[in-house]
Design a binder for this molecule. Structure first.
Ligand code: NI
Length: 200
């Protein structure tokens, strides 16, 4: 009997098997699609693109975390309304988020919301179509903006979980051709990420 009591006491005192809790590091990876939300008022149309998204969260408390988003470079075709593709741009959108996780350290399912800052830098801008024909030099300026997210982590094993999240990022870039400002591309994408996470 004494042995059983000790085992029960040990089980009660052991860290909870299923938990995001203070001090945990959460690494998530998966397919991330960036879908621009340009509308009919905009000069430019920007294609969607899917890349490998990676996020790193640190749980400051059982409910509050900070997260950094990283990804392999996104590549988007840029069209002028009614006159086809005129450029292709690549970008990286690192984003720093403060997150609130609902539930507690015993919850196997942790929905969360976050808000933060996005910095997007554009590179490898290339002219296409009519602009390529005249060998034009296209540039897209870097962008600072607010970002918001909602997501959920669902435990599969003690350390592995599945993740789904949706993002909004305010990304606006000034586009210039041969050094002359043309217009601002309001990319303002919705990001969708589905993948797996590991808790350290
Ligand atoms: Ni915007």
């Amino acid at each position: 009997m004494k042995k059983v009591a000790l085992l029960v006491a040990a089980a009660l005192m052991a860290p909870s098997a299923f938990a995001h809790q203070a001090g945990d590091i959460l690494v998530r990876g998966g397919a991330m699609t960036v879908a621009p939300t340009t509308d009919s008022e905009d000069t430019f149309d920007v294609d969607s693109n899917t890349q490998l998204g990676l996020t790193f969260s640190y749980m400051v408390t059982d409910n509050w975390g900070v997260e950094l988003l990283a990804a392999t470079p996104f590549s988007h075709g840029v069209s002028l309304k009614g006159s086809g593709e005129v450029a292709n741009v690549k970008h990286l959108p690192p984003t720093l988020m403060a997150q609130y996780y609902f539930g507690n350290a015993q919850s196997k399912v942790r929905p969360y919301i976050g808000a933060g800052i996005n910095y997007t830098f554009f590179f490898d801008e290339e002219s296409r179509g009519d602009l390529q024909a005249i060998d034009a030099n296209v540039e897209a300026d870097d962008s600072w903006g607010l970002a918001a997210q909602a997501g959920v982590d669902m435990d599969v094993t003690d350390n592995l979980f599945v993740n789904g999240s949706i993002w909004y990022m305010d990304i606006d870039t000034d586009v210039s051709v041969n050094g002359n400002y043309v217009d601002t591309a309001n990319i303002d994408p919705i990001g969708l990420m589905v993948g797996l996470g590991y808790r350290f």
